[in-house]
Design a protein around this ligand. Structure first.
Ligand code: GLN
Length: 200
């Protein structure tokens, strides 16, 4: 990973825990708030937070179009919770003006687990992750309602996909940065190695 820089979109949301885990795995990281910073990264994490706010801040910071361009060029990306919503093809129960980038062919419903179970934790078996189940923290989490033909479902909760991958795009409905477990980030970094830098 020595020559590779992993960005974390740092406009809003749970940024620091992602940076800490990535650094603990030896990755070189950069907080991304400007188009210039986006151009310097080889791969990007879109954190959890609030997808409608992030969508608005991406536009205000002139990042939305450059981000769409990098995603279109195949940049490796990890989207967690709100980040997953931003990367989806369709957003259900979204705000009409919120942008999603269509980097992974899924339809996602916001706040899908409903009010009764606003937040919960679950131990998940995730395809491709060896050993113990992954302890997953869900906070006002979305789930996936439609999966395109090229998308692998890696884990589900009550039959609803909550972790998916298509090419160099990995998404989780939960917050992998909030449990003391680096395996999701580790598998993302190995995807980045495979995808190779996309010429930031
Ligand atoms: N419900 C939030 C949204 O729609 C996502 C919650 C989260 O990222 N923890 O963006």
């Amino acid at each position: 990973m020595t020559d590779t820089t992993i960005g974390v979109l740092a406009l809003q949301g749970a940024v620091e825990p992602h940076l800490e885990i990535l650094r603990s795995l030896g990755a070189h990281t950069l907080e991304v708030r400007t188009p210039d910073q986006l151009a310097q990264v080889d791969a990007l994490v879109l954190p959890g937070g609030e997808s409608t706010t992030m969508s608005r801040l991406l536009a205000i910071n002139a990042l939305a179009d450059p981000l769409a361009e990098r995603l279109g060029a195949g940049m490796a990306v990890l989207g967690t919770c709100a980040g997953m919503i931003l990367l989806a093809t369709e957003v259900l129960d979204g705000r009409p003006d919120q942008r999603s980038f269509g980097a992974i062919d899924i339809g996602v419903r916001r706040n899908a687990f409903g009010r009764q179970v606003d937040s919960f934790e679950a131990d998940l078996d995730i395809d491709g992750i060896e050993g113990d189940p992954v302890h997953a923290v869900f906070i006002r989490a979305p789930f996936v309602e439609r999966v395109g033909p090229g998308v692998e479902v890696l884990a589900s909760v009550a039959g609803h996909p909550v972790c998916c991958r298509e090419g160099a795009v990995l998404v989780t409905a939960f917050h992998p940065e909030l449990a003391d477990d680096a395996r999701i980030h580790e598998s993302f970094l190995s995807m980045v190695d495979t995808a190779g830098p996309t010429g930031g």
